[in-house]
Design a protein around this ligand. Structure first.
Ligand code: PGA
Length: 239
């Protein structure tokens, strides 16, 4: 696992955008796995800016998001607002789980098929939860899990409550499974702020542990972590 140390969230956003930008620029076709939440917002802002400055077309880019809340389109709206509307990507090349599907089990299977039909994910961008979750794979999730419906934990609900001022916060979500995420060819994990310090310490120093889902990334051959000073604070205290 490679660690890129940056000083703050601004530098993290720029580095992450440059990383993704070079992947897009050098490929004939690319499947990007995307994340929502606070951490990647700056990366999307920079990528939107680069797409205009360098006239980068996204016509060869396909995207698959990690997750969506059940009964909601909150993450569809987030992606539209913060990224898709700014880069001119053909909308039929963007994919998120449908949290409003009537048959959620069937939707999970459909989403796995979408990823397969795209021939898998080239680069998956991940955040990390305060509790070490990746996607919405909460502590205790089987490492071989595929796309599935999850009950969100108290920790995740309270970390994300701020996004639900106009809508009742859903208690469930559809998420790519850990097994699904691990099949990505390359992973870029972003961690910002002191609230992530314990999860980051466990990621680098902890042993493989289903109660801290991110530790499974030690078993992936190509993971890069970009972490700011706050997120590294406990890691560096120890070394
Ligand atoms: P955040 O979420 O970027 O909003 O901190 C990350 C995550 O929960 O995976």
């Amino acid at each position: 696992m490679r660690l890129i140390k940056v000083s703050d969230e601004e530098e993290l956003s720029r580095m992450a955008a440059e990383y993704v930008f070079s992947e897009i620029k050098n490929a004939d076709r690319v499947v990007l796995g995307l994340a929502t939440g606070r951490t990647p917002l700056g990366m999307y802002r920079y990528l939107s800016k680069y797409s205009k400055e360098y006239k980068l077309l996204f016509s060869h880019v396909h995207t698959v998001n990690l997750d969506e809340y059940v009964g909601s389109r909150a993450y569809h709206a987030y992606m539209q607002e913060n990224f898709f509307d700014h880069i001119g990507i053909p909308i039929n090349q963007t994919h998120l789980p449908d949290g409003e599907a009537l048959d959620l089990e069937r939707e999970c299977k459909r989403y796995e098929e979408v990823i397969q039909q795209l021939s898998g994910i080239d680069l998956q961008v991940l955040g990390i939860g305060e509790n070490g979750h990746i996607g919405f794979n909460e502590p205790g999730t089987d490492f071989s899990s595929r796309t599935h419906v999850v009950e969100l934990t108290e920790s995740t609900l309270s970390a994300n409550a701020k996004y639900f001022t106009h809508e009742k916060q859903p208690q469930k979500a559809i998420t790519m499974g850990i097994g699904t995420i691990l099949e990505s060819k390359e992973i870029l994990l972003l961690a910002a702020g002191v609230k992530k310090a314990n999860a980051v310490k466990e990621l680098f120093k902890g042993s493989l542990n289903e109660n801290i889902p991110a530790t499974v990334l030690n078993h992936h051959p190509s993971v890069t972590v970009i972490a700011d000073r706050g997120a590294r604070s406990l890691l560096e205290e120890e070394s």
